[in-house]
Design a protein around this ligand. Structure first.
Ligand code: IPE
Length: 257
């Protein structure tokens, strides 16, 4: 048994982002199969995609309590939609023989961003977490991204070997927007001194929030932990990345201090 690998399943990868609450079961099954073929201890954090972002945006949940908008039903709905997506992830993991346990963040985490409060739960098998609507002491509630959960697990568990961000639609961080990019535009090694062009960042953020992953990835790399971003539609790349083998994707490194 190897050390621990923290893996993010991007919401844009495991759901169909443009249609409310629609899941991409094929991708979930192929990710679960890849995870079951590794002997690493895994922490899996999944995103929201169409189970979270649409309602959260409509009711401005990321801003916390906003006067004049009735947000309570939306908070309950997004939490329940996330539990539904999580249930599908758990069923797939179980089907692939993995012993997994899930810990809904709204039951143990408070606050948003990388400094959220709460003791990180872990189990003996695969520990599963996800982006969620959590309580916040200043704004009453907010959206805790799975990318921040990845950062905290990667940097606080004692034996983390590497972090893998599995994303949808792109092979890694690209030099130009994905619509115009070819294989030669993949950035194989990225550090924070390599700024994104404005319209590049906006374009990619809309299709998968790659900006936050790059930033959290660099913060993790600073602590000496390997970080790789791969196209999660290819199960072989996901497995290679989990095991630290050479793979098509972007290796995120800390910049020169
Ligand atoms: C977002 O979590 C959570 C909600 C909108 C409820 P993430 O930031 O981890 O989700 P993705 O990966 O971008 O979909």
């Amino acid at each position: 048994m190897g050390g621990t690998v923290v893996i993010k399943w991007g919401g844009g990868l495991i759901t169909h982002k443009e249609h409310l609450c629609t899941v991409n079961s094929e991708v979930i099954d192929s990710l679960a199969a890849a995870c079951s073929r590794s002997d690493k201890k895994l922490v899996i954090v999944h995103g929201a995609g169409s189970f979270g972002h649409m309602k959260a945006k409509k009711y401005r949940l990321a801003e916390g309590r906003v006067d004049g908008i009735f947000q309570n039903d939306a908070i309950a709905e997004v939490r329940s939609d996330m539990l539904e997506l999580n249930d599908l992830v758990m069923q797939s993991l179980t089907k692939h023989g993995l012993h997994a346990q899930t810990f809904a963040p709204h039951t143990w985490a408070k606050g948003t961003g990388p400094k959220f409060e709460g003791e990180l739960p872990v189990c003996d098998g695969v520990t599963v977490l996800f982006g969620d609507v959590v309580a916040d002491s200043e704004r009453e509630f907010g959206i805790l991204s799975g990318d921040d959960i990845v950062f905290r697990y990667a940097t606080e568990l004692p034996d983390v070997e590497r972090v893998v961000f599995a994303i949808g639609g792109v092979d890694g961080i690209l030099k130009i927007p994905p619509a115009r990019a070819g294989p030669e535009d993949l950035i194989e090694i990225w550090d924070p001194s390599m700024f994104f062009e404005g319209d590049h960042a906006t374009e990619i953020d809309v299709t998968g929030g790659i900006g936050l992953k790059a930033s959290r990835g660099a913060m993790i790399a600073e602590k000496g932990i390997e970080v790789t971003l791969v196209n999660g539609e290819y199960a072989d790349r996901v497995l290679a990345a989990i095991e630290g083998r050479a793979v098509i994707g972007t290796r995120i490194v800390a910049g020169n201090p």
